[in-house]
Design a protein around this ligand. Sequence first.
Ligand code: GLY
Length: 611
Amino acid sequence: MDLELSVVAEKNGSTIREATRAPADAQRGRPLRGLLLLSAAILLACRPMVANGVFGSGGPSIPARRTPEFPTGWRFTTGERGVISRNAMVVSNSALASEAGAEIMRRGGNAIDAAVATGFALAVTYPVAGNIGGGGFMVIRMADGRVASIDYREVAPLASTRNMYIDPSGMRTDKSLVGHLASGVPGAVAGMAEALSKYGSMSLGDVIEPAIRLAGEGFVVDSSLWRSLTGDSALLTRFAGATTFYPGGRPIAPGSRLVQQDLARTLRLIAAQGPAAFYRGEVADLLVAEMQRGAGIITKEDLARYRPIWREPLRSSYRGYSLIAMPPASSGGTTMIESLNILETYASLPPFHSSAYKHLLAESFRRAFVDRNTKLCDPAFCNVPVAQLTSKSHAETLAQTIKSNQATRTSSMASIPAGTHTTHYSVVDAKGNAVATTTTLNGGYGSGVYVTGAGFFLNNEMDDLAVAPGQPNMFGLIEGEQNAVQPGKRPLSSMSPTIVLDPRGELLLVAGAAGGPTIITGTMQVILNVIEHRMSLADAMRAPRMHHQAWPDSIRFERNGFTAAVSDSLTAIGHGLYQTQALTNVNAIMRVRGGLEGVVEPRGSGGAVGY
Ligand code: GLY
């Protein structure tokens, strides 16, 4: 695979209107000047603060919002609003799980308590991606300015080997996707417990309580869960979850009550004994017994050795706003910062709906994904040049290679499979503590394997390793040897939990997404829509999205998200286009004057619960 970028010959002389590039000299002074200009704009735009506003101060320092125009035929309208609350907010893909988090904050818990409560509740009410059998990443910013991030990604079992997922002819099999061999050692329970012990204020038993209730007493199945179970029935009915989710051989019907007694028992054990129950006690025994039933390789030693890792979050800036993002083993923060830095080299960006803007987005994504796919991996296993990749000077070098009227070429391949089976939740409490968490089983319901007697699904995160370096994974990503299977390695992730501060350094936005590599580009577009295009959060979430990940070499865009003129212009300068129904599942909270606005992904389901 040729990993270099090369310029595509101009097809017919059609050009895209050039975005304004700041001259190199001007760019050197740009951050300071940008900051001054922004501050001036902010002073003009800010009206007197609402008395006793959110966090006891007032509104955020952001310029007034602008209503975008959406293309004719686009599925969403502008001018909607999210859920507005005065004090605190949880936004997740399950209204019941968001309510669990809000309940904990109403009882006096902080955002970390609420995030952990939401995470455990998602394992009950959103089994397609919420989990205790998977892993994730959490970014924390406390109201006093402290920041932290915790990596509780799964790790490859000790018995894993480089070629365990390829056949004798070198082609990948489906064993990294389906069945007992597909799972990495789960990190969710250890990660959430660790985050709680350092930044929470309540006990594990207290914050798990809503999840135990939801599992033990059950909850009413909605059409969204039913549809999801219907879609995945071929996978799930092969394993032990069939009894719980397919009574009588059919997906549990909407309106009926889903009770998960085994899961309730597991959660009670964790509440009483802490993560030890999961990693060394009774749950570990059940998990290893399940592995042995299906020729899986996770052992008691794997479980006992699992540790979450506190990592220094990535810090960066975009036109005076600050980003706090997830470092490797997720590629999310690095790739997003690299793309944003490229765009920041332009003194101003073209309008949202112009082909010039779509072209610049695609070219910035393309360059950042080339670096992502070739240089990033678990930092315990390779030297990850994060500082260089996220530097403004690297972005400047890459930006110089972007032509305003020519697409660059990386390679071409067939379609990109869709993937939305991760889940992100955002939490802000009344003091302004903020948590962005993304967690996953990788595919929907992970490997399909359900731990008999313990009541939860196991991940298929081994497929996020380069199981056959040079061949695409389930997201169409082609990665190199640095991400090949090795015992103890964390698979490279795209999860991008991110917190954005306004130019005064105060909390503005908490965001993140599901959707494989589109997590990175989807999260970034919501941030850009708010900062650059000054959309309200509701409009920013409803605006059409696009995606480019270097390979396949085409822009993926949402149906009716580009006008015909934009598509024609992009094609004319050499971009491949690939239309899809929906991209990315983002859940976000934005600080607005006098409160918080929570917006659930309009393309998905869930709930924003505030008070
Ligand atoms: N399993 C999806 C990701 O971590 O990017």
